[in-house]
Design a protein around this ligand. Sequence first.
Ligand code: UDP
Length: 259
Amino acid sequence: MKKGKKLYEGKAKIIYASPEKNLVIQHFKDDATAFNNQKKATIDGKGILNNRISEYILSNLNEVGIKNHLIKRINMREQLVKSVEIIPIEFVVRNIATGSLTKRLGIEEGTILDYPLIEYCLKNDDLGDPLVSREHILSFNWMNIMELELINDQCKRINDFLQGMFRGVGIKLVDFKLEFGRSGQDNEIILADEISPDTCRLWDSRTEKKLDKDIFRKDLGNLIEGYQEVAKRLDILHEQSNIRPIKFPKPKAVKIKKK
Ligand code: UDP
């Protein structure tokens, strides 16, 4: 598919125009950032893994009735997605306390929450994506109350589905971030962006080994190995050779004697 002009470049993805009306191309980069852009690196193959993992998760969510922007994966790094107007709020869903929740409120690391907790952060890098309340969202018209209620319900449904999916392959879904957008003429709310180890905290159920972006944030080892482990457990890593193409030596043909 022919890519059009670059419409937007974020920290981990680029959005290009597509030949089809109301659709755009989402390209996954290998760039990794943490702590509001203070730590940066390029990690070979990360974009390929996130593309595959996010495609798998979003297509499964679609099958259980959670509408989202994914149309199809086009190639190793790109997806065709619906063009949406992104709502300027990041929705963080938490099952186990860690990260900024423990730092902000002093909740003990690893506390299992009685109910999933939904937090709202304003998407604004200059302000460091500050936590905002429901009242801020409504006061400043970032969403209306119907959109907010609908998204809250979707966050819970997505959490239930993903927790079950990951639990089935021996992974604890600790927390994750979602983004939603308005699509089409009737401004339908749909899930957008990506769901991948870049946007989730995933711990091995038995050992609590980190299999997500915390490997990069906290220098815990090889990030690709963690992401590959997630893909392998979800049984979506059949094309592993595509991540780092294996070069086979050219075979030396045995000479055949002429009669
Ligand atoms: N998260 C994300 N993008 C952000 C902020 C958070 O994907 O810009 C995800 C993060 O990977 C984690 C969850 O949201 O799965 C909660 O992150 P937290 O607020 O604990 O962030 P921290 O500051 O600890 O990275």
